[in-house]
Design a binder for this molecule. Structure first.
Ligand code: UDP
Length: 312
C-alpha cells in the first residue's frame, strides 16, 4: 500500500484529495494547522484505518518516521480575504513550508506535487494564460503575500528537481469551487450563493467586467491525480476555460437560486486581476485531462451543499 502525505488536507481541495487517494487504496496522512482548514471536512474519515490526521504547521521542520511515497503540498490560505488576514503565515507556508516538504520528499525519495495558482500570472497581460507566460505581479502589493509566496514555492520546487533530482510536479490551479468551501471565506462563489439564498444584494466589486473561469472541484482533483502519476515535471494549468464576467456570473447565480436579490456595486480590491482564463492545452496533451462538469451543473451541486449546511 502506498502512502501519501497531504498538507492542508483539512482544507477545501485538500480534503477532497484525502477522499480520492483513500478511494485509490492509498494510506493518507493529513497535516493541517487548521487556520483556514476545518475538521468538519475530514470528520467522515475519522474511523478510517488508512487515514491519519496530525494538527501541524508545516512552516516548522517536519520529522516523520516511516515511508512516504508521495507528498501533495496544499497548505496555504487561498481566499484573498484569508491571505490578507494571515499575510505572514501565507508567506511562511509558501516558502518555509514548501521547503520543509521538499526536504522530506528528498529524504523519503517521494514524489512531490505543489499546489500552485493562477495568481502567479498576476494581472495577466496575455489572455488566455499559458504556462510559458511569466506573469505580471506587483511584488509589494497586498496580494503579493500569496502571489510571491507561490512564485517562490515554484522556484524552490524546480530547484529541488534540478539539483536533487526530486520527482516534482506543479499544478497551477485556477478558480475552483464546490462543496466544503467555507460559506464565509470571502470568495465570489460562496459570497454570491450565501447572498442569493438570503435574497440579500450580491456584492459586485468594481463594475463586474473582470472575468474568471470556474472549475468544479471533482474535475480539479481528477487533474491533480493524473498529474501526480504522470511523468510531467513542468508546471501545468488546471482549470475550466469557460469564462464569465463577474456580472454574468452574478446573474447566473440569481437565476439558479431563484433569488430576488439585486446587485450592489462596491469598490474593486487593489490589484484584482482583470481577466483570467486558463489555456489547458498542456493538461489535455500530457494528462489527457478535460473538465467534464458544466458550470451550471457544478453550481447546482454547490448551491445544494450551501443550502444543506445553512439549515444545519
Ligand atoms: N468578487 C466580487 N464580489 C464578491 C467577491 C469577489 O465581485 O463578493 C470578485 C473579485 O473582485 C474578483 C472575482 O470576484 O474579481 C473573484 O474573486 P475571488 O475572491 O473569488 O478570487 P480571485 O479570483 O480574485 O482570487
Amino acid at each position: 500500500m502506498k502512502t501519501v502525505l497531504i498538507t492542508g488536507g483539512a482544507g477545501f481541495i485538500g480534503s477532497h484529495l484525502c477522499d480520492l487517494f483513500l478511494s485509490k487504496n492509498y494510506k493518507v496522512i493529513c497535516l493541517d494547522n487548521l487556520i483556514t482548514g476545518r475538521l468538519e471536512n475530514i470528520r467522515h474519515l475519522k474511523s478510517n484505518k488508512c487515514f491519519k490526521f496530525i494538527k501541524y504547521d508545516i512552516s516548522r521542520p517536519i520529522h516523520f518516521d516511516g515511508k512516504i511515497d508521495m507528498i501533495l503540498d496544499f497548505a496555504s490560505p487561498a481566499s484573498p480575504v484569508d491571505y490578507l488576514k494571515y499575510p505572514i503565515q501565507t508567506l511562511k507556508v509558501g516558502s518555509l513550508g514548501t521547503h520543509n516538504c521538499l526536504g522530506l520528499a528528498k529524504v523519503k525519495k517521494a514524489r512531490f506535487l505543489l499546489a500552485s495558482t493562477s495568481e502567479i500570472y498576476g494581472d495577466p497581460l496575455i489572455h488566455p494564460q499559458e504556462e510559458g507566460y511569466w506573469g505580471n505581479v506587483n511584488p509589494i502589493g497586498i496580494r503579493s503575500v500569496y502571489d510571491e509566496a507561490k512564485r517562490f514555492s515554484e522556484a524552490i520546487t524546480m530547484a529541488y528537481h534540478r539539483v536533487h533530482g526530486v520527482n516534482t510536479k506543479i499544478v497551477r490551479i485556477f478558480n475552483t469551487y464546490g462543496p466544503r468551501m467555507k460559506l464565509n471565506d470571502g470568495r465570489v462563489v460562496p459570497n454570491f450563493i450565501a447572498q442569493a439564498l438570503k435574497n440579500k444584494p450580491l456584492t459586485i466589486y468594481g463594475d463586474g467586467s473582470q472575468t474568471r473561469s470556474f472549475c468544479f472541484v471533482t474535475d480539479l482533483i481528477d487533474g491533480i491525480y493524473r498529474c501526480a502519476h504522470s511523468g510531467l515535471n513542468d508546471p501545468v494549468n488546471l482549470g475550466n476555460p469557460e469564462e464569465f464576467t463577474i456580472l454574468e456570473f452574478a446573474e447566473l447565480i440569481i437565476q439558479l437560486t431563484h433569488s430576488k436579490s439585486r446587485l450592489e456595486f462596491k469598490a474593486l480590491p487593489k490589484d484584482d486581476p482583470k481577466k483570467r482564463k486558463p489555456n489547458i492545452a498542456r493538461a489535455k496533451k500530457e494528462l489527457k485531462w478535460l473538465p467534464e462538469i458544466s458550470v451550471r451543473e457544478g453550481l447546482k451541486a454547490t448551491i445544494d451543499y450551501f443550502k444543506k449546511i445553512s439549515s444545519e
